[in-house]
Design a protein around this ligand. Structure first.
Ligand code: MRU
Length: 355
């Protein structure tokens, strides 16, 4: 089990507790946040990041913000709940789990409000319960994703696995998504060598994935992003596994910038390319990957990252945070419910809608 717990909440006084991922791997600094501005900033600046962890942080964040003061009336509390939801929804546009978690919190609020004589305290208790359920379900989902993903590997040989960005314990409340089969397999005696692409511009692959895998006792090698083709050609990679920020109804998958290129390379070298994600990352209302909104980020991340100027200040910079991998390049998607091989709109729908 990864040792990192990225997001929790403290009650009385109510605070959102986050491991500040922008400080890793240098220091493990925990933040205790209790204002909407600070929580928004933590999500926007990637202090907490990874689609499931963003959703958990926003859910706990709604509870924390609503529990700061007694409201004059339930109407005032209701208005604040709606405005908080809209505010957090504006922090990062691509990660679907954010919207999924906020909708779930809003629905729970609305359900409680229907109850005769309900008090603010009782609504807050219900919201705490809902956010804790989101946290705990995510933990269970990541373990189940690991179990299903592990079935494509075997114990009788050694496996080279490439991953991109961070879809591990730091990005969820448990084993992660892409890294879950690796953590689980490692516990059961499977042998993996993980190749973690450093993931420009914010280096989640080297700062976070290599950090947490090494901490979990797995063998990990950091690669610069532009080494992927060579390493595949050298025969070191048997499978690629990545996470997802949003999966469209037809299986097209948004994930960290650079992912779609890896999928195309994997196809060229006949290497299976897997996506691992909970069902809370699927957006059935988005039919095609072209309709997924891609977050655009600040140019300084590219030319002035980590305190060092690496490009002229007046240079034009393009900095999309994600790209979309066409479903045709995806060998299979691992979810907590099982495996969708060669995803299509029919297979995705059947997988999600079958109990
Ligand atoms: O910008 P980030 O660091 O939030 O991007 C994260 C990713 O792209 C992850 O692969 C994705 O959210 C899946 S996390 C289980």
């Amino acid at each position: 089990m990864p040792t990192t717990i990225p997001v929790t909440v403290q009650q009385n006084p109510s605070k959102l507790v986050l491991l500040d991922q922008t400080r890793l791997p240098e220091e493990e600094l925990f933040l205790y946040l209790d204002t909407r501005e600070a929580i928004f900033e933590a999500i926007k600046k990637l202090r907490v990041r990874g689609a499931p962890a963003i959703g958990i942080a926003a859910a706990y964040g709604m509870y924390v913000c609503l529990s700061q003061k007694p409201y004059e009336s339930l109407e005032e509390m209701t208005e604040d709940c709606t405005s908080l939801k809209q505010y957090f929804a504006n922090s990062r546009p691509t990660a679907y789990n954010l919207f999924w978690a906020l909708d779930r919190m809003q629905r729970r609020f609305d359900t409680e409000l229907q109850k005769e004589g309900i008090t603010q305290e009782e609504i807050l208790d219900a919201l705490f319960e809902e956010s804790t359920a989101i946290f705990e379900e995510d933990q269970a989902m990541s373990k189940a994703i690991g179990k299903h993903g592990l079935t494509v590997f075997s114990k009788d040989r050694h496996w080279g696995v490439m991953t991109h960005c961070n879809a591990g314990g730091l990005a969820t409340s448990g084993y992660g998504t892409a890294l879950a089969p690796l953590y689980l397999g490692h516990e059961l005696g499977y042998q993996f060598s993980v190749y973690s692409n450093e993931t420009r511009p914010l280096l989640q692959g080297s700062r976070l994935t290599a950090y947490e895998l090494a901490k979990g006792g797995l063998d990990v090698t950091i690669l610069c992003d532009n080494m992927a083709s060579l390493v595949m050609k050298e025969g070191k990679i048997d499978a690629v596994i990545v996470g997802a920020d949003r999966i469209a109804a037809n299986g097209d998958t948004a994930n960290k910038i650079g992912t779609s290129g890896l999928a195309i390379l994997a196809k060229a070298y006949d290497i299976p390319f897997y996506v691992a994600a909970p069902t809370s990352t699927f957006d059935l209302n988005t039919l095609h990957g072209d309709d997924i909104v891609i977050e655009q980020r600040d140019k300084d991340e590219v030319i002035n990252g980590f305190g060092r100027r690496t490009g002229p200040a007046d240079a034009k910079v393009y900095n999309p945070a994600f790209d979309v991998t066409d479903a045709q390049y995806i060998s299979a998607i691992f979810t907590e419910k099982g495996i969708i091989e060669h995803p299509t709109i029919e297979k995705v729908r059947k997988h999600l809608l079958t109990e």
